[in-house]
Design a protein around this ligand. Structure first.
Ligand code: AMP
Length: 507
């Protein structure tokens, strides 16, 4: 039997007339319509010469058409590669050289880039698709194509998509995700979050990332849910949809921004069943504030491009702020000593170690990077996530941060999260990031970058006064810098690499 994720999805559709997408203008796209559109997409790609196993780059803006393009690729057995449309031509050329795609579908908003690619590489590299799915050369091909296309059979281990990691250190790596990876993870999440055809999800995430595509979209597809499909996040817009929706899948910044809006209260969220957060750490204080304002608790989960979602706080059962919950069924999570690599016990005040994971959700390796792939796994197929953490006595995973962000100062290890939590608890602090920057005497110097709440006069001295009481001397910042905002990526993750670069000279 084919294990094409496309077959997995379509075999579950009970009523093709059910709405799948609800667009901001109120119009609806049904499950049946998206199947038809995906058939047209597959035929249009085939006309460009795309065959099974060929890569297709989707450099397109978020739209229903972009999801149909993704499904069209799966349907024809091609490998889908979504890219952020904020990439420049130079960046795009890197991905094209690396992935060697057979076709690149560009946004109509990027006519110069599309033309440059077409001139340099050929027609199939500069086809364009608009968000209305009507404008652009590829949209024209799609309109003329038949919707009937026999989906190609796939084995579970065949590659469905390549997602590039953000590459904050070194060049981006293409994580190869199989049809099995997509199916098992979406199914596990559907069950863990009790998603069903009664759910209406507010989708305000980008779809070039695992969160928006393989979590939010795939889970909805398998559950038969509906999605209110928004081009991007806006706190007021999302708030306005809460009375009609049941689930929000978001990143922590969504919740921070919505909390700033006075409209947010328990009445507004009465229809909501679940608020989910991931892709970056949710501060325990945000969790608490959210509970106070809405009488609902956010479900925090943890995952990454290479593995899909690994752990989640339970829907039924205790949601513990500051933790990312328990492993999903089928996922093994262990913590190993960073030096000896021995597995550490789970217990109260457990030692922080490397988070390693194993399961059918874990990717097949990095595209054309055998060495990097080998380095990423321990014997026994455990993937080394690069994240540090511990499992507490209840079995809940706590994340301490990325290993590369640990600061080694005067021979001592400082975990930034520990210092950040202390700073964030100070009255008048909105948020903070702690990084290590080169230091003549200590190797690395702990540097705290702090955003103050509006109209608050908080001085360096005030911060030091509190920190000195709460943390050991070697963990104290060597320097405190106040700033207006922290640099974040499209998923709202604080860019520590950027901060290290920016403040390197300031230490
Ligand atoms: P990405 O591959 O872009 O999805 O980034 C994955 C990384 O985001 C993980 O390795 C973690 O460092 C971080 N991450 C994801 N979810 C969480 C979370 N709930 N709490 C803390 N960090 C997270």
């Amino acid at each position: 039997m084919s294990q094409n994720f496309y077959h997995f999805f379509t075999s579950r559709i009970t009523d093709p007339n059910r709405p799948l997408f609800i667009k901001p203008d109120g119009s609806v796209v049904t499950y049946g319509a998206i199947i038809e559109l995906s058939g047209k997409m597959a035929n249009a790609l085939a006309a460009l010469g795309v065959k099974p196993d060929d890569r297709v780059v989707a450099y397109v803006d978020k739209s229903v058409g972009a999801v149909a393009l993704y499904l069209g690729c799966l349907r024809m057995g091609a490998v889908y590669i979504p890219l952020n449309t904020s990439f420049t031509l130079k960046e795009l050329e890197f991905f094209i050289a690396d992935a060697e795609p057979r076709a690149v579908i560009c946004s109509t908003e990027k006519p110069d880039i599309a033309a440059a690619l077409r001139n340099k590489l050929g027609e199939s590299f500069g086809e364009t698709l608009g968000t209305d799915c009507r404008s652009g050369s590829f949209a024209e091909r799609v309109a003329e194509s038949s919707s009937s296309f026999t989906a190609v059979g796939r084995r579970g281990g065949d590659i469905a998509a390549i997602l590039y990691t953000s590459g904050t250190t070194g060049r981006p790596k293409g994580a190869m995700l199989t049809h099995e990876n997509l199916a098992v993870n979406a199914l596990a999440l559907k069950d863990a979050w009790q998603m069903s055809s009664s759910d209406i999800i507010i989708h305000a995430l980008p779809i070039f990332h695992i969160h928006g595509l393989f979590v939010a979209v795939n889970v909805s597809l398998l559950a038969g849910s509906q999605m209110i499909f928004l081009p991007k996040f806006s706190a007021s817009e999302v708030l306005s949809y809460l009375p009609r929706a049941t689930v929000l899948m978001g990143v922590p910044t969504f919740y921070v921004m919505m909390l700033k809006d006075k409209q947010l209260n328990a009445d507004l969220v009465q229809h909501m069943r679940l608020f989910i957060s991931g892709s970056a750490p949710l501060l325990a204080s945000t969790h608490t504030l959210w509970r106070e304002r809405t009488k609902m608790e956010i479900v925090e989960r943890y995952g990454m491009t290479e593995t899909g979602i690994l752990t989640s706080n339970p829907v039924l059962g205790e949601r513990v702020p500051g933790t990312v919950g328990i492993p999903l069924p089928g996922v093994k999570v262990r913590i190993t000593d960073r030096i000896t690599h021995r597995t550490l016990p789970r217990k109260k005040n457990a030692k922080i170690g490397m988070i390693e994971v194993k399961g059918p959700n874990v990717f097949a390796g990095y595209w054309q990077m055998l060495e990097k792939t080998k380095e990423a796994f321990r014997r026994g197929k455990f993937f080394i996530t690069g994240d540090l953490g511990f499992i507490d006595e209840r079995g809940y995973l706590n994340i301490a941060g990325r290993e590369k962000d640990v600061i080694i100062t005067g021979g001592e290890n400082v975990y930034p999260k520990e210092v950040e939590q202390e700073i964030d608890a100070i009255d008048g602090v909105m948020e903070s990031a702690v990084v290590g920057v080169p230091h003549e005497k200590f190797g690395e110097g702990v540097t705290a970058i702090i955003v103050r709440k509006e109209n608050v006069a908080l001085s360096e001295q005030d911060v030091f006064d509190v920190l000195r009481k709460n943390i050991a001397g070697y963990k104290l910042p060597k320097k405190i810098i106040f700033t207006e905002s922290l640099p974040r990526n499209a998923m709202g993750k604080v860019q520590k690499e950027e901060l290290r670069r920016q403040y390197c000279v300031a230490c």
